[in-house]
Design a protein around this ligand. Sequence first.
Ligand code: CA
Ligand code: CA
Length: 263
Amino acid sequence: MLRQFLALTLFGLVSVEALHAQDPDFVLLLTDSVVVSGEPGTASVVLDHFGTAGVQGWSLGVEHDPSDATLVDVAAGETILDLSPDFFATTVFADGWTAAVIFTASGSVTIPPGASYELHRPSYDLAPGVVNTTLCFTDTLGTPPTPTVVVVGARQLVPTQVCGTITAVDATGFRRGDANGDGVVDIADPLFLEAELFAGGSASPCRDASDANDDGFVDIADDITILSYLFIGGATPPAPGPLSCGADPTDSDPLDCGAYDCP
Ligand SMILES: [Ca+2]
Ligand SMILES: [Ca+2]
C-alpha cells in the first residue's frame, strides 16, 4: 500500500506536459543477444546516463512479435537489485511488458551519471524455426498506456530509445567466466583457471566459457577479469555474460565450446 502511495505521489508530481523529442542525455537500449536454438533468450534493458542530475525512476514498455516469441520472465536488472527501489512493478501482455520503478519519493536515491546500468532482464522463448526477432520500446501497452520515460527532478523526459534483436543459432550455449562448468561464476572459477594454466590441472571442454574477456585466448587475463568482476566492481564479462546461458556472438576466434550444460 505504501509503495502504491509513493508511486502515485511521485507520478502525481511528474509534469503532464506533452512529450518532447527523445533526449540524447538518456539512452535506453535493448541489448542484442545470440541464443542457442530451442533455449530461452535473455536480453537486457540498459540505461546510459549522460545527464547531470540523478534518475529517480522510470516507466517503460517493451513490445515483441507474439508470432515470433513468447515472454518467459522479466527479472530485475543489476541496478534495481543494487538500489532497492520503493516501488517496482511489471505487467505482462501477450505482445510485450511494462515496468514502473521509483527509488524513493523524496529523490534521495537516484542513478548517477554513468553508462551500462542494467534495469531489467526479460527472457523469451523463440517459436520453432524463428532465427531472429526484434524487441522495441513502446508507449502503447496497458490501460492507460505506459509511456517510456525517465524521471529526473520530478519531471519526465523521453529518453533516446534503441531496439534490440534476439538471434538463434545452432551452437553450444555457456556462461562467460564459468571455467569449471558448474553453472555458476564464482571464486572457484579463477582457482580452476589457475590450476589449468600453472599447475597442470584439467581444462574445461568449453573454452569460450574460460575466455572470460572474450579476446580469443585463455590466459591469466581471464583470471583477472573474473576476479575483478566478482570482487572489485570490474566490467561484466562480455556476452552471453556470467548470468545468462547463451551462444558466443563473436564466434570468430579459434576457441570453441565443446560441451556445457545450460541452464
Ligand atoms: Ca563455475
Ligand atoms: Ca581471454
